[in-house]
Design a protein around this ligand. Structure first.
Ligand code: PGA
Length: 353
């Protein structure tokens, strides 16, 4: 069967009006042109679609069947058109992002601001650990990911948008809370709760201990930052995690961040996508938003230093000027046992992982 959309459109319009003249007027065609389309369709199908009784025309049984299918086909073509145009459209696009487990502490705040700017955008947010993010990137399942360290095994593009210090956390009555400038060696007497294999935080932690020649005793393996915090509070061991994840507990005094030399472990948050991926306008707008604005929104240092693209703020298609950054003041001061703020460890002394 060789039928065309034009024929289906002419036929469904005639079937709705039960009049060739009215269908021609609606389609902006001549009446013979509409009759020709319907006739060609009937030839293809091998059956009459209309029958004439007196001055009126009616659908035949075959005509009713064809009308039902034709409506579905035309509706699907319309849906396809709407869907495809949403790829080109900043107002209605779909943004598929996946963020590292730890990034879920700040991603919703950024998304809520982005949403206000592009209210029609449909966001699909997935939260996974580092290993799963890499597989999503490789399989092109997402537009982009937010993670702590770019994978070496996959070709990617993107940049750094914010610092991500990893701090050591201890229960509030731990002896470390009463000391300053604690030597790393002392950590050998402690038990550490670790995230699951595949976690970026765990990798960074293991590398840090290895590079400093510190023997790490691992206790429970726990696959969520929330559960690690609870376990540390319960005295099951110490933990290391992104400062993003412990802001509340630090403020409430449920956990302490002791003054250990060489801490925090300095890392950065990256926004990454597969090399050469053609980002949709909405995905590009989100990437630009992260690179240009995220650190200011979250009141943090942008810390542009690890990937080439990250060093240049990207032009937002909706803004005419680049943003300039003021070094951000930390929202939460880390205080020592005497209540005085502990100055941040100078970046150059910190280890970048
Ligand atoms: P994680 O990732 O949640 O898998 O530990 C954080 C990161 O990539 O640094």
């Amino acid at each position: 069967m060789n039928i065309t959309l034009k024929q289906l459109l002419a036929f469904t319009t005639v079937s709705r009006h039960l009049s060739f003249t009215k269908a021609a007027a609606e389609l902006n065609l001549t009446q013979p042109a509409v009759s020709m389309q319907v006739k060609q369709l009937e030839e293809q199908i091998g059956q009459a679609l209309f029958e004439q009784m007196g001055k009126k025309i009616y659908l035949t049984e075959a005509g009713r069947e064809v009308r039902n299918y034709a409506r579905t086909i035309l509706q699907q073509v319309e849906d396809l058109d709407a869907h495809l145009s949403s790829f080109k459209d900043l107002e209605r696009g779909t943004l598929r992002i996946s963020v590292a487990t730890t990034a879920h502490y700040f991603a919703p705040k950024l998304l809520s601001i982005f949403y206000k700017r592009y209210p029609g955008v449909n966001v699909k947010l997935d939260v996974s650990n580092r290993e799963q993010l890499i597989s999503q990137l490789e399989n092109n399942e997402v537009d982009m990911v937010i993670m702590g360290r770019p994978p070496v095994e996959t070709e990617i593009e993107g940049g750094v948008f914010m610092e991500n210090p990893l701090v050591l956390i201890a229960p509030k009555d731990h002896i470390f809370g009463r000391e300053r400038s604690i030597q790393l060696k002392r950590l050998e007497q402690e038990v550490f709760l670790v995230r699951e294999e595949g976690s970026g935080t765990r990798k960074a932690m293991e590398l840090f201990f290895k590079q400093h020649g510190i023997r790490m005793t691992t206790g429970m393996e726990v696959s969520s930052d929330e559960a690690i915090k609870q376990s540390v509070q319960a005295g099951l061991g110490l933990g290391i995690m992104s400062r993003d994840a412990v802001q509340n507990e630090m403020q409430l005094g449920h956990l302490i961040v002791p003054d250990i030399l060489h801490f925090p472990i300095m890392r950065q948050w990256h926004v990454l996508h597969r090399k050469g991926k053609r980002l949709s306008p909405i995905a590009l707008a989100f990437k630009t938003f992260l690179l240009n604005e995220a650190s200011a929104i979250l009141n943090r240092e942008p810390h542009f230093d690890s990937m080439s693209q990250a060093n240049t703020p990207v032009q937002d298609p909706h803004q005419t000027q680049f943003r300039t950054y003021e070094p951000a003041k930390p929202q939460t001061a880390i205080t020592g046992p005497d209540g005085k703020p502990i100055p941040p460890v100078p970046l150059k002394k910190s280890l970048k992982i």
